[in-house]
Design a protein around this ligand. Structure first.
Ligand code: ZN
Ligand code: ZN
Length: 304
């Protein structure tokens, strides 16, 4: 049993929610998806969320008995949360919106999709809390999406790349020699995915990798990694499979680069690449800081 206020303060401090400022992605995407459907997101979500687009989004009852961890607010995740949680329980996610990046072996995605209003109403009726943390988690050096992958794959971090005023989000590091095929098998089991998205070259002995969780499908970032001697580029998405003009353009750019790259390019899905930190580092943080054993809510489908 924890006071919600205390838990939220502790998370805000750990992830520097206030000092980080507005989330550059979700301060654009939240209004972008809710406004066309006429959903009054400004009054539905807490003021702190509509200021920073990170932190406590829905404020439930004052006492938290259980914490649930997920990555995206998909229908299956929210259905599980609403049915299992009791008043005050808190769902901690990385994204406040689902991002459909498409299935490399199936349908292309729709990009960002809003949470259906019935799910939001359902959580409010039960007095549940929702907390999300996006960019501050991607940049976090101890509890971040990248560092979680490095730890799980036993990658020795040599350098952080792809940065701005908040720090960096990508890792370059060494790994004990592994072939592309063995690395793919390892990734499929680590991320619990049925298959990876693969492009580029096959290697017998990979010793240097880049780790870019989420949408790493930027040719410029790939070139940056390649110039540093990386042989395998591991990301959530190596291709943009979003079914619109933007997605198609990005896909074409990437396919042009595939012919010239010397790297193995491996995507494990946007969602799975960012869920790993939840089931490892974030889960351990709750155990350590609050002696609470969070309930994990994996998605039924990672490629969406
Ligand atoms: Zn992320
Ligand atoms: Zn993401």
């Amino acid at each position: 049993m924890i006071k919600r206020k205390e838990l939220v303060q502790s998370l805000n401090k750990e992830f520097r929610i206030d000092s980080f400022g507005r989330d550059s992605a979700f301060s654009r995407f939240v209004p972008m998806v809710y406004e066309p459907v006429g959903f009054d997101w400004k009054s539905e979500f807490t003021t702190s969320f509509t200021t920073y687009f990170n932190g406590l989004m829905l404020e439930g009852a004052e006492v938290v008995n259980q914490v649930f961890l997920a990555v995206f607010p998909t229908d299956d995740v929210l259905a599980t949360f609403i049915s299992k949680a009791n008043a005050g329980d808190l769902l901690f996610m990385h994204h406040p919106l689902v991002m459909e990046c498409g299935d490399p072996k199936g349908e292309w995605g729709r990009g960002f999709v809003p949470i259906p209003k019935d799910w939001i109403a359902g959580m409010k009726e039960k007095n549940l809390s929702v907390y999300t943390c996006h960019a501050p988690m991607d940049y976090h050096k101890e509890l971040g999406t990248s560092v979680a992958i490095a730890r799980e794959l036993h990658v020795n971090i040599e350098e952080w790349i792809i940065g701005d005023e908040h720090g960096e989000i990508g890792i370059i590091g060494s790994i004990s020699s592994i072939s592309t095929q063995r690395l793919i098998q390892k990734l499929e089991s680590t991320f619990d995915i049925p298959y990876v998205d693969f492009e580029g070259k096959d290697h017998q002995a990979i010793e240097k990798v880049a780790i870019i969780p989420g949408c790493g499908d930027k040719v410029e970032w790939m070139k940056q990694a390649e110039a540093k001697g990386v042989q395998a580029y591991i990301s959530g998405e190596i291709h943009c499979h979003i079914d619109n003009e933007y997605g198609n353009r990005r896909f074409q750019e990437m396919m042009k680069y595939v012919d010239e790259t010397s790297m193995s390019l491996i995507g494990v899905s946007h969602a799975a690449s960012e869920y790993l930190v939840k089931k490892t580092l974030i889960k351990e943080w709750f155990e350590r800081e609050f002696s609470i054993e969070p309930i994990l809510i994996p998605q039924s489908k990672w490629w969406l």
